[in-house]
Design a protein around this ligand. Structure first.
Ligand code: FEO
Ligand code: CA
Ligand code: CA
Length: 612
């Protein structure tokens, strides 16, 4: 790791100071009143005993907590479907289309009644080394079909049973959406020439969703699933010249090893050059209607989406915060044209089709602003290569660069505090910071060759999420205080030998305002990461800055996806890709079974509220 960049102490507000006396006083007068409002009150927010770092092949929760398995990759979603087989060649596409998908990621819970709820869960991708006996080295058309069926979204009916919330295989909401499920393209890019293909000459109906990373939910009861690394599924063996537009999104002749383009022509760039434009969107799903067509909402822009954090502004407009997870990419905000109607949910059906997309610019002095990506504004005109709004949305990254957005250290999830106008975004890591000319050290990205990541926080002017400006600070910087004491790579002062981690990714608030942090980082437990163990989930108090480790995951997993029941007594957590790349895991079933991504159910043995 190279020497620290110019980290300004004023821009980094350490623990204890976080939102305490010194913190927001350096920001705006508005923030000062916020600091007062958030001053620690009597009872501490975090009440559980921290768990130590772990390298064990199991999920470890605090004393007084219990953990059960809800569902794993390949488990049937319907009573007439075969179970997953540890003899891999037994598993088929036809079964997988009706089984829980692979690599569960973001998820949201939709209460139905006292005894019933719906859990919508993303199934991001596949690990061929765990899926096929040939480990992906000898792919066939049937294998590709199986892999495609393992992607997308699983909708699960949950029922409250004697032992707690469990999956109901006979539930009426159970559904699989995969890489071939028809979905409507909606919003400004619908019907654009770049979205037209041989199979869909109108550019209005796409097949499927894949690489569904994180998620969001709307107050009108729909699920938002976000398409991330869609580029890796496209490729060609033809001698095709790759455009700069494709290159900006990482689309090239070589795919990420999935081999879809070899057996399914729509993924061959030489056969369907517009197919990649139909991915990289946020997709809205009605989880209560298993026959409803999912809808790709193009007004939210096309990039490598992480989650979609939705909040209703004071004036009733819908604000959606969005991260684009790539080194040096950006943070976006969508503001709807129309307002949310709480008394007529049908009226909200197309709220995400009309509105304005913005991208964030962070200034060194702690201020920031949202730059409009509206056609005709900020030089986004035909003369400058942006023909119309659809063109801007399809090429959101290029438009963001054009208007001068700040390059970030891989924006992952965004979370809005439930009671205060404060927004948090994980910046997971960025080995290119300070190395690539386009990614200078500074602002909310203060460390060169940043292997640890940080969480940036901003407060919109006057507490209004539609405001043009905001004030920002760093809520925490991950690091390794054992190795790098006295330097920025130790992390912020709220990071200690007892809670250290790297690569914050999934974040979300519970109702009380605890900030839950999940990691997708280096789990080698060596070098820069010695002492940090497996990936984990932590809990932070946004008032005091305290960070406490809540759980540790099994070998080679990522912890991603979280959802609480309304009573806050049950927490669903995702364990993704245990045992990837041949690492020795047989999570969750043990006994040398195939390691399988799983959703776990966590509760307290005394039935209390999680985290207290
Ligand atoms: Fe799917 Fe950026 O994590
Ligand atoms: Ca992620
Ligand atoms: Ca991830």
């Amino acid at each position: 790791m190279i020497e620290q960049g110019g980290l300004s102490r004023r821009r980094f507000l350490g623990a204890g100071a976080v939102l305490g006396a010194a913190a927001f006083f350096t920001l705006s007068p508005m923030s000062r009143s916020l600091a007062a409002a958030l001053a620690p009150s009597g009872s501490p927010l975090l009440g559980f005993k921290a768990v130590p770092a772990s390298t064990a092949d199991t999920l470890v929760v605090p004393e007084g907590y219990q953990v059960e398995r809800l569902i794993s990759w390949g488990d049937p979603l319907f009573a007439d479907v075969a179970a997953f087989s540890n003899r891999l060649s037994d598993n088929t596409a036809a079964q997988q289309k009706r089984q829980f998908g692979d690599n569960n990621d973001g998820m949201s819970l939709f209460p139905v009644d006292e005894q019933t709820a719906i859990l919508a869960v993303n199934n991001e991708y596949t690990n061929y080394e765990l899926m096929f006996e040939h480990q992906g080295k000898n792919m066939s058309a049937a294998d590709v079909e199986y892999a495609q069926a393992a992607h997308g979204v699983s909708i699960l009916t949950l029922t409250q049973q004697e032992k707690g919330w469990r999956f109901d295989i006979n539930g009426r909401f159970n559904r699989r959406i995969d890489a071939n499920t028809p979905m409507r393209i909606s919003g400004p890019a619908q019907g654009h020439k770049l979205l037209k293909t041989k199979a869909d000459p109108k550019g209005e109906v796409a097949l499927g969703t894949f690489n569904n990373c994180a998620n969001g939910m709307t107050p009108w009861g729909t699920y938002l699933t976000c398409e991330e690394n869609f580029n890796g599924y496209f490729g060609t063996d033809a001698d095709l010249e790759i455009s700069s537009e494709f290159a900006r999104y990482g689309i090239g002749r070589k795919d990420a090893g999935y081999s879809w383009y070899k057996f399914d022509q729509r993924f061959d760039l030489s056969k369907e050059p517009n197919e990649p434009h139909r991915f990289g969107w946020v997709v809205e799903i009605d989880p209560r209607d298993p026959s409803a067509l999912p809808v790709k909402r193009t007004a939210l822009g096309r990039f490598k989406h992480e989650n979609a954090e939705l909040v209703i502004a004071q004036d009733g407009r819908v604000v959606v915060y969005l991260g684009d997870d790539e080194r040096g990419e950006h943070i976006y905000r969508f503001v709807s044209r129309d307002t949310y109607n709480p008394t007529n949910q049908d009226a909200n059906r197309n709220l995400l089709d009309e509105g304005e997309l913005f991208v964030a610019k962070f200034n060194e002095d702690g201020s920031g602003e949202w730059l409009s990506l509206c056609h005709g504004q900020n030089g986004l005109t035909a003369e400058n290569g942006f023909a119309n709004q659809a063109d801007i949305l399809i090429h959101a990254r290029q438009a963001a660069t054009f208007v001068g957005a700040t390059t970030m250290d891989r924006p992952e999830w965004v979370a809005v505090h439930p009671h205060e106008p404060m927004v948090f975004c994980t910046l997971t890591n960025n080995k290119n910071r300070g190395v690539a000319d386009s990614q200078p050290v500074g602002g909310p990205n203060p460390r060169a060759e940043n292997h640890y990541g940080q969480i940036v926080r901003w407060v919109p002017t006057a507490g209004e999420h539609t405001a043009k400006d905001f004030q920002w600070d760093l809520f925490l910087m991950a690091g390794n205080p054992n190795l790098y004491g006295g330097t920025p790579y130790a992390g912020s002062s709220n990071i200690t030998a007892d809670n250290m981690f790297n690569s914050p990714d999934g974040i979300g608030f519970d109702q009380a305002g605890r900030l839950w942090i999940q990691t997708d980082g280096n789990y080698s437990n060596q070098g820069d990461f010695v002492g940090q163990g497996n990936n984990q989930m932590l809990c932070a108090d946004p008032k005091t800055g305290e960070v406490r480790r809540f759980l540790t995951g099994p070998v080679a997993c990522e912890i991603t996806g979280l959802a609480f029941t309304p009573d806050q007594k049950t927490l669903f957590v995702g364990v993704q890709h245990p045992g990837e790349k041949g690492a020795p895991s047989s999570f969750p079933l043990g006994d040398h079974t195939v390691p399988r991504s799983s959703v776990m159910v966590i509760s307290r043995t005394d039935g209390g509220v999680i985290g207290t």
